[in-house]
Design a protein around this ligand. Structure first.
Ligand code: NAD
Length: 343
C-alpha cells in the first residue's frame, strides 16, 4: 500500500476532522502543519499528539518535507494560492469546499490540475450519507419514471456569529454549494441556466442576504427549484434539505434524515387522482458517512488512478451554480451556465 505524506494547510476549526482522519488512516502520515497563525498550527499538533514541524508558509513546508498531498482547509480566499502552490510543487490537493472564492480562480485551478496530471478533489461531504445514496438509487432505478421537477427546501436558523454574519451572501456562498452539489448528485444532471432572487427577510440577524429562491434548468430537461433560508425561525428542515422529485410516474421523497420513499402510480390505475403504491428505499450503503466517506473516496481514486467523485472538474459545475445564482440575483436576469464558464 502507498504511504502518503501529507501537509495540512489551515489549522482552524474544520481541520480537526481532516487531521483526525489522516492520523488514523493506515498508509498516511502527516509530515507537517501550516497556518499563517503559527499558534494555530502548534495547537493543532498538541491537540492531536503530533510531533511534526509547523510552518507559516506552505512553499517552505513543501520544500522541507516533500509531501505527496496537501490538505487545503484554509479560508475560501486562500484556496487559490494554496492549491496553485501545491500543484506547482507536484503535490495532489484535497481541499475544502468551496473550490474557490470566485469563478475565474476556480477555472484557473481546474485547468492547472488538468495540465499537471495531479489530483485536485473537493470536499463535498454531504454526498456521503446512507440516505442520499438510497435516494439517488431509488430515482435511478426508474421507480418514478423520468424526473421533471427537483425541489429542495432548506430552512435552518443557526446563530454562528463571526464572518458569516458579515458576508454579503452567506446562504448562497457558504451553504448552498452543498445543496446544489447534492441536486447534481441526486439527479445526475448538470446546470444549464439559473434565475435567482436573493433577499434578507425580516428578523434576519445577518448583514447580507440570508434567503434565496433559485430556479435551475438542468441538462436532462428537469427543473431544480431551491428555496433556502439561514434565518428560519422554527420548523427547521434537515441541514441536508428536504427533497421532492416529481417524475412522470411518481414522486420520490427524502426528508433529509432517514425517510426515503417513493409513491408510484399503480399499473392500470384509472380515475381523477390515480392510486399509488409506496416503495421504501433500501438504505444499505456500506461506506462511511460525511468527511471520512469523502476522504475514503479521494484516497481510493488516487490509489486506483481514476478521478474521484468530487474531482475539481466535476465540482466546477456545482460552484458555477453558486456564482450563476449570485450573478442572476445581482442583474435580475437568467444566467446561462455555459456562457458564465466561457468568460
Ligand atoms: N464541508 C463542510 O461541511 C465545512 C464546514 C465548515 C467549514 N468548511 C470549510 O472549511 C474551510 C475552513 O473553514 P474553518 O471553519 O476551519 O475556518 P477557520 O477560520 O476556523 O480556519 C481557517 C484557518 O486557515 C488559516 N489560513 C488562512 N489562510 C491561510 C494560508 N494562506 N495558509 C495557511 N493557513 C491559512 C487561518 O489562519 C485559520 O486558522 C472553509 O473553506 C470552509 O468553507 C467546510
Amino acid at each position: 500500500m502507498a504511504n502518503w505524506k501529507i501537509i495540512v494547510a489551515g489549522c482552524g476549526g474544520m481541520a480537526n476532522q481532516w487531521v483526525g482522519y489522516a492520523a488514523e488512516r493506515t498508509g498516511a502520515e502527516i509530515a507537517g502543519l501550516v497556518d499563517i497563525r503559527e499558534q494555530a498550527a502548534r495547537e493543532m499538533a498538541s491537540r492531536h499528539g503530533l510531533d511534526v514541524p509547523v510552518f507559516t508558509h506552505l512553499a517552505e513546508a513543501i520544500r522541507q518535507t516533500k509531501p505527496d498531498i496537501v490538505f487545503d482547509i484554509t479560508i475560501p480566499d486562500s484556496h487559490y494560492d494554496v492549491c496553485m502552490t501545491a500543484l506547482k510543487a507536484g503535490c495532489h490537493v484535497f481541499g475544502e469546499k468551496p473550490l474557490a472564492a470566485n469563478l475565474r480562480d476556480a477555472r484557473t485551478m481546474v485547468a492547472a490540475a488538468k495540465e499537471s496530471g495531479l489530483a485536485f478533489n473537493v470536499m463535498q461531504n454531504r454526498r456521503y450519507l446512507r440516505s442520499i445514496r438510497a435516494y439517488r438509487e431509488l430515482i435511478a432505478s426508474g421507480a418514478i419514471g423520468k424526473p421533471g421537477l427537483i425541489a429542495a427546501d432548506f430552512f435552518v436558523g443557526p446563530r454562528f456569529g463571526g464572518f458569516r454574519d458579515e458576508m454579503e451572501s452567506p446562504l448562497l456562498l457558504d451553504m448552498a454549494i452543498h445543496t446544489f452539489d447534492q441536486a447534481r448528485f441526486i439527479s445526475g444532471a448538470d446546470p444549464v441556466a439559473v434565475y435567482c432572487h436573493e433577499f434578507n427577510p425580516p428578523g434576519s440577524w445577518y448583514k447580507g442576504n440570508a434567503s434565496a429562491l433559485c430556479i435551475f434548468e438542468m441538462s436532462d430537461g428537469s427543473v431544480f427549484d431551491y428555496r433556502g433560508s439561514w434565518c428560519a425561525q422554527g420548523a427547521p428542515t434537515s441541514w441536508e434539505a428536504s427533497w421532492r422529485v416529481a417524475g412522470s410516474e411518481g414522486t420520490a421523497i427524502w426528508d433529509g434524515h432517514e425517510q426515503v420513499f417513493a409513491e408510484r402510480v399503480r399499473p392500470n390505475a384509472d380515475g381523477f387522482i390515480r392510486e399509488t403504491e409506496r416503495i421504501e428505499a433500501a438504505i444499505d450503503w456500506k461506506g462511511r458517512e460525511g468527511h471520512a466517506g469523502c476522504l475514503d473516496e479521494m484516497f481510493a481514486a488516487l490509489e486506483e488512478g481514476r478521478p474521484a467523485e468530487t474531482d475539481c472538474a466535476d465540482n466546477l459545475q456545482s460552484i458555477a451554480m453558486v456564482f450563476g445564482a449570485l450573478e442572476s440575483a445581482r442583474t435580475g436576469r437568467k444566467v446561462h451556465i455555459e456562457e458564465l464558464l466561457q468568460r
